[in-house]
Design a protein around this ligand. Structure first.
Ligand code: PLP
Length: 295
């Protein structure tokens, strides 16, 4: 794609109807559960090009929102899900199975923590918890069989800040993946994949949507992880309807993000408003590189 400024790029991302010859000026909402085919040969040909057949399998509005999120998060591919929790569970069930172990931040959104503490053990997934604001305690809590590290960029509601680059180095040093929930910051401020994370999860029900009328979630990652998560989504049914995808799209929201993020601190002599950990915060190891935009 042409290297547009961010705001223009956002509008271009979800503007096109992919996989169809038609080029509507504005992307319509495809409120249809299925797409007709002429005959079985046509059906096979449509399957072969991964064209649109059935709403749960593929839908133009879901794909448009996915492209937008990939652009914003700087990832290869995005899976759009029914809500943030659906994105979290789809991600982790794609990466972990019975007998596997993960290490989670101890300070998380409450329902995510409940999922890990109360549901995953019943599925045979072992979950350890540690204080992710202190890299040394994370290293100590790692086991040789830890396959996934999980944290939030800025936690809800405790507002702890994690050094994503340090966590990525620890995870990859152990052959594990790093999954980061970017809901509280959004890609307007932080792009976890650029800091080394393997998956960036978002609840688009929150700031990313911005107009409080849609429940939606996303996971942005590599093609390889996307393939696994997409296959699982088809079976778990963690998908979302076309109208919600259209509503959560770029029409009103992402260009407004920067205006939502008011600087909380301005350093003497600095013209760049940005969040910075200070020596007096309880998590000074989260370097200024965590926030790459206004936050
Ligand atoms: C950090 C974080 N992650 C995930 C979620 C869950 O998102 P949803 O309500 O879209 O399932 C929330 C919801 O508040 C959240 O704050």
């Amino acid at each position: 794609m042409t290297n547009f400024k961010r705001e223009t790029g956002i509008l271009h991302q979800a503007a096109y109807l992919k996989g169809k010859r038609d080029r509507p000026e504005a992307l319509p909402v495809f409120m249809t559960t299925a797409f007709n085919v002429d005959d079985l040969d046509d059906l096979e040909a449509t399957y072969a090009i991964k064209g649109y057949t059935y709403i749960r399998t593929r839908n133009p509005n879901r794909y448009a929102l996915a492209d937008l999120m990939s652009y914003l998060e700087g990832g290869e591919a995005t899976l759009v899900c029914g809500c943030g929790m659906a994105a979290i569970s789809t991600t982790l069930l794609a990466l972990l199975g019975s007998g596997d172990r993960m290490l989670s931040d101890q300070t998380l959104y409450g329902e995510t923590q409940e999922l890990f503490a109360n549901v995953f053990p019943g599925l045979g997934i072992k979950v350890d918890f540690a204080d992710f604001t202190r890299p040394e305690t994370v290293k100590e809590a790692l086991r040789p069989d830890t396959k996934v590290l999980y944290t939030e960029t800025i936690s809800n509601p405790m507002i702890t800040v994690v050094d994503i680059e340090a966590m990525a180095a620890i995870a990859h040093g152990n052959g594990a993946k790093l999954v980061v929930d970017n809901t509280f910051t959004t890609s307007a401020a932080i792009k976890p994949l650029e800091l080394g994370a393997d998956v960036s999860v978002n609840s688009l029900t929150k700031f990313a949507n911005g107009h409080s009328d849609a429940i939606c979630g996303s996971l942005t990652t590599s093609q390889a992880i996307w393939q696994k998560a997409n296959a699982l989504q088809q079976l778990l049914g963690t998908t979302v309807d076309p109208f919600t995808c259209w509503l959560a799209g770029p029409w009103t929201t992402p260009p407004g993000w920067p205006r939502r993020w008011k600087p909380t601190r301005r350093f003497p002599g600095s013209t760049t408003p940005a969040w910075r950990a200070t020596p007096s915060t309880p998590w000074p190891s989260a370097s200024s590189s965590t926030a790459t935009g206004p936050c």
